[in-house]
Design a protein around this ligand. Structure first.
Ligand SMILES: C[S@@+](CC[C@H](N)C(=O)[O-])C[C@H]1O[C@@H](n2cnc3c(N)ncnc32)[C@H](O)[C@@H]1O
Length: 279
């Protein structure tokens, strides 16, 4: 039984953080001529109506995309991401927020290929509706971890996998570490982006240790914390990137520092950029 619905959280600081990194990864993939493969293991519904009662319940987008939308000093590196959000809201008001499938669909080239998997039947049906008649988008009602087994390694040999779990089951950190280890064993040259919520320090340390012990090299870690530890929601979130593009750490450090300066509440938290496992 899947109870998590992303519409309650769409456009919040965690989405903004994740989608800025995702956009920069795809922009980087587009720099080389050869085709690539994109796999979104936990795709969601692809586009979110922020006027829906579920989104209005916590109005989480107000501390995320709404803050960025109002800025006039957005760094150039954010342009591809902001352009996609603006394209969904031509009347100048941020009502629709694009999810990872829609963001990537706007950026991939005709030679590239994308597969989206989603386990929630209703959400998967919404994805089919969104991309109806779009032959570039291959959607599957499927478990994201099974999808890693089924789709890797891709024939293109270049590609990006987004693992964006809803963390609504226990032991999800271990499940992800194991799935990543197995996927990497089959396809060690792919780029993997794994989102996670900032939980108790012991939990995060345990996750880091599992990744360190998985035999995977080149794991870059980003963490953005915008709230104090005693906040009623998660104070921040992180993303691990296996095989990031050249100089991605320095490029993103500058960009995410600016993002933190816009999103933080009362100067809480900060930004961490760190090689969890080096070369
Ligand atoms: C955080 S949301 C995804 C958001 C989306 N990636 C985005 O950035 O727009 C997580 C999604 O994973 C789905 N889900 C949960 N467990 C899953 C599983 N084992 N396999 C595939 N999808 C799953 C949920 O139904 C939910 O739609």
């Amino acid at each position: 039984m899947l109870s998590y619905r992303h519409l309650f959280h769409a456009g919040n600081f965690a989405d903004v953080f994740k989608h800025i990194l995702l956009t920069r990864l795809i922009v980087s993939m587009n720099k080389k001529d050869k085709p690539y493969f994109y796999l979104d293991t936990h795709a969601g519904i692809g586009r979110y109506d922020l006027s829906h009662p579920w989104a209005q319940k916590g109005r989480e987008y107000e501390s995320g995309i709404k803050k960025l939308w109002e800025r006039t000093d957005t760094p150039v590196a954010m342009k591809p991401y902001m352009d996609i959000v603006h394209a969904d809201n031509p009347d100048g008001h941020p009502r629709f927020y694009p999810g990872s499938p829609r963001i990537v669909r706007q950026l991939i080239r005709p030679i590239d290929r994308m597969v989206l998997t989603e386990l929630n039947k209703t959400d998967c049906a919404a994805l089919y509706d969104l991309f109806e008649h779009d032959r570039k988008v291959n959607i599957k009602l499927m478990d994201g971890y099974q999808s890693l087994k089924a789709h890797l390694p891709p024939p293109e040999r270049r590609g990006l996998v987004l693992i964006d779990s809803s963390f609504d089951r226990s032991r999800e950190f271990s499940r992800i570490a194991k799935a990543l280890q197995e996927a990497h064993a089959k396809w060690s040259t792919g780029t993997y982006a794994i989102w996670y919520p900032l939980m108790a320090p012991g939990v995060i340390r345990g996750f880091e240790r599992e990744i360190e012990e998985a035999g995977i090299r080149k794991v870059l870690q980003f963490e953005l914390k915008i709230l104090p530890d005693d906040a009623s929601t998660i104070p921040g979130c992180g993303m691990l990137i296996v095989n990031p593009p050249w100089k991605f750490d320095t490029e993103m450090r500058t960009l995410l520092r600016w993002v933190w300066s816009v999103l933080n509440v009362n100067n809480a938290g900060g930004l961490k950029v760190h090689w969890l496992v080096g070369e």
